[in-house]
Write a protein that binds this ligand. Sequence first.
Ligand SMILES: *Cc1c(COP(=O)(O)O)cnc(C)c1O
Length: 385
Amino acid sequence: MTAAAATRIDVMRPWLGEEEAAAVAETIASGWVAQGPRVAEFEREFAATVQAGHAVATSSCTTALHLALLVAGIGPGDDVVVPSLSFIATANAVSYVGARVVFADVDAATGNVTAATVAAALTPVTRAVIAVDQGGIPVDLAPIRALCDPRGIVVIEDAACGIGSTYRGRPVGAGAELAAWSFHPRKILTTGEGGMLTTSREDWAERARRLREHAMGASAAERHAALLSPRESYDEIGFNFRMTDVQAAIGLVQLTRLPEIVVRRRALAARYRAALAGVPGLRVAADPPWGQSSFQSLWIEVAPPYPLDREGLLAALAEHGVSARRGIMAAHRQPAYAARDTGSAALAATERLTDRTLILPLFHAMTETEQDRVIAVVREAGGAA
Ligand SMILES: *Cc1c(COP(=O)(O)O)cnc(C)c1O
């Protein structure tokens, strides 16, 4: 093994620098580290970036999805359609509010639900659909809205992976009734942990703000600002889903990096696509006709005549110090959902993608030398050296 080959290449590395460190130091020096002015500023900046009416910061995308379902009035007796091909949090949020998870299949080209796969999963009591921008590839939302809006079905966008992607020329999530975002380090922007709920409706934003903070009548920041703290009241049962000002300070810096991150990720994705295009049996994730992906996860599908299966290629990459990942999971196969009644839609494309795809390393600071090492392993293992 050469010295270069001995260095490990991770699937993802967050891009954090001096600016984030300085922003955290400033926040600490300010004496206010819990949810406060920096969270409010991050919400304003984020809403402007994704062209959303209102943004409510949360502790994670999972808690943002939970709030989205609550403000939309979803609960016991309701069915919510979600793709099985997603991180399990998409389905879990539905379970938290006591509704039934109904799994829909995805389109094999994009890995996303379509109006047709959602239609196949509708029941007489479907009240909401969660559409995911899987791996950053924008979901084709307009036909799904055209199906759901006349039926009074709320469409929630799980945009955990969607920051920096575009749909019909606008940022993913622009104009969404409800969209949920993640700042986990595996995603494109990070605050360590953290999330955001965006919505076009002011009443939903207001209720989400209260629910994330124990449904308290006055926020902690408001109570702190007053010398004589107002008497608080709790009109319903809320949660502690708050983000801290330390996280928001990091997020404000990360937002400024977004355009540069997207340009770099798309260039690296194009390089992967060009280098692997001629390898028989491989298919590389690509932009759909209706938008551009930030490629939060760049997956490839591995099928015959490629000589290895997905597991074999993962092992070959690991042998060369490359930490790739299995493709997106299928929630319907997990013990948490396998024994439940989750509807009867066929999930053929979901099973094919979850069995055959893997996610290649792709991160902002990745060098072309590092990428060439990954490409060489995939090509050589495929007999295309
Ligand atoms: C990562 C992810 C989530 C969960 O995000 P957290 O911020 O970790 O809660 C939800 N949905 C999808 C599609 C994801 O990729």
